[in-house]
Design a protein around this ligand. Structure first.
Ligand SMILES: *[C@@H]1O[C@H](CO)[C@@H](O)[C@H](O)[C@H]1NC(C)=O
Ligand SMILES: *[C@@H]1O[C@H](CO)[C@@H](O)[C@H](O)[C@H]1NC(C)=O
Length: 478
């Protein structure tokens, strides 16, 4: 590189600028929108002082603050995180921790810093380039379907939605290499009024769209599409649904809930809790939250309130090789993005349950469905995410396993970890069997009282009654 005389003269001033930038961030106030656990990251001890920022901060406040947040070493982070997140009697993703812990330990603080800077630059670029883009409006449902099986699930799903008189338009995304001509025809036929079904459904538009900017991965699931599909959809208020997450009521009710009005972001929990060693905490700059990780079978998000979250989720999706290893695929990337940007969310009023065939009363059957609730605690989504991986006998939905204490305190929901919500599910674990087919069982950890898990009949809940008949009637295939 050739340095002109003028540049050489400027060099001391540039250095002085960096130095001042550094000292000014040292004195910076902790932003008040960050939750309390994030504040603990600001003074665990002084040993993270070596993390000197050497680039001038970009303009947008959220972006500026992001790169200035302190970065902890692995050991510092794990020590602090272990205070927040106990692992005793807690169902964390043991397989992922076992397989990845060594790799996580080796992530240097410089890489965390690089990630943050890259994210900040990406968000800044988006903020600048998109500020004049036309505002998206309206409410709608987003799905992703790439093959015949997914198309069939989407069809059953949409027929169910119509049976509740849901009129939201639907956009179905796929990779450009996916979907045969006949799959596309099958989907586009869904846009037609299905009067011939005799159910008198009201029409709702179904559009088929190609996701841009990412290629199909070769994992066992096309995880990467979701984050990008939601961001690229044409709606302002978005309900994302996995094709196998079937609603039990008109989901338009979610947009009437206080949870939605308060936050504009609804997330649902998975069965696994956060682990202190997970690099997600170093990346987002928070102490580990004693909370279940996110499950992305259903997401409700307001673009106008949370555009940066959507960009960040899309960023994680595009760079899934780097990030999805510690976000459980895409499932925890929404919570990670919300935490990183200091956004609050709400969700169901109770923890998720396992549903399936006879479960432990019959050694031949286990769980294949994650049952998710609405903000009031009524069961709302039958997320049947394992029936596509193994053959289960009918009746498919017969029993439920759930934590005996699964209700969030008062009107609080997922997203709130104030005591006693932080203790929900303690002592309860999910056992996953891989053979003869993948299936799940909810149990207690050794040494915990077995009455921490209750087994109930599917039909014991009014909102679940008759689901199976309807699912088959609408073309459900297992
Ligand atoms: C849907 O609308 C029709 C026609 O107004 C009505 O008869 C039916 O009860 C509604 N169904 C539900 C589930 O609300
Ligand atoms: C387990 O809990 C139940 C209900 O709280 C109680 O009645 C029972 O005595 C407990 N059993 C043991 C072994 O502690």
């Amino acid at each position: 590189m050739r340095w002109s005389g003028r540049r050489l003269i400027a060099l001391p001033f540039v250095s002085l600028f960096f130095l001042l930038t550094f000292f000014s961030w040292k004195r910076k106030e902790i932003p008040n929108y960050l939750p309390e656990e994030a504040h603990k990251y600001f003074h665990p001890d002084e040993s993270h002082d070596h993390e000197i920022q050497t680039t001038p901060a970009p303009q947008a406040p959220v972006v500026q603050e992001l790169v200035q947040r302190p970065i902890l070493t692995y050991d510092e982070a794990v020590e602090l995180n272990s205070v927040g997140c106990s692992t005793e009697g807690v169902n964390f993703d043991a397989g992922s921790v076992r397989d990845n812990e060594q790799r996580w330990r080796e992530i240097p603080s410089t890489r965390i810093s690089d990630w943050r800077h890259d994210i900040a630059a990406y968000l800044q670029e988006k903020i600048e380039s998109e500020s004049s883009a036309p505002r998206k409006t309206g409410r709608g449902i987003v799905m992703a379907a790439g093959d015949r099986d997914a198309v069939i699930r989407a069809r059953t799903n949409i027929r169910l939605l119509r049976s509740y008189n849901c009129t939201l338009p639907v956009e179905i995304f796929h990779f450009h290499t996916e979907l045969s001509k006949s799959d596309k025809i099958m989907l586009s036929e869904l846009s037609q009024l299905e009067a011939s079904d005799g159910h008198g459904f009201r029409n709702n538009e179904v559009a088929i769209r190609v996701v841009e900017g990412i290629e199909k991965g070769n994992g066992w699931k096309a995880f990467e599409i979701k984050g990008a599909a939601i961001q690229q959809s044409s709606f302002d208020e978005i309900l994302y649904l996995d094709t196998d997450s079937y609603s039990l009521q008109n989901p338009e009710s979610l947009f009437e809930s206080n949870s939605w009005k308060d936050t504009g972001l609804l997330l649902w929990p998975d069965y696994t809790k956060s682990h202190p060693t997970n690099p997600i905490w170093r990346l987002v700059g928070h102490q580990c939250r004693d909370e279940y990780e996110g499950e992305s079978g259903q997401i409700v998000i307001s673009r106008s309130q949370h555009q940066e979250v959507l960009w960040l989720v899309e960023y994680f999706a595009v760079r899934h090789d780097e990030f999805y290893g510690f976000m459980g695929g895409d499932r925890d990337s929404f919570r990670a993005a919300a935490l990183m940007l200091g956004k609050k969310w709400a969700g169901p009023g109770r923890l998720n349950a396992v549903a399936g065939v006879a479960l432990k009363d019959d050694p031949k059957g286990g769980g294949h469905t994650m049952l998710q609730a609405d903000p009031e605690g009524r069961w709302m989504f039958v997320h049947a995410n394992l029936i596509k991986h193994g053959k289960f006998p009918r009746p498919l939905w017969r029993k439920i396993h759930r934590a005996a204490k699964d209700r969030f305190e008062g009107t609080s929901t997922y997203g709130n970890i104030d005591p006693p919500n932080d203790k929900l599910g303690v002592g309860v674990k999910l056992r996953v069997e891989q053979a003869p087919r993948i299936e799940t069982f909810m149990e207690t950890f050794e040494g915990y009282n077995e009455s921490l898990v209750v087994v109930e009949d599917w039909d014991a809940y009014e909102e679940l009654e008759g689901f199976e008949e309807k699912w088959f009637e609408f073309g459900g295939v297992h």
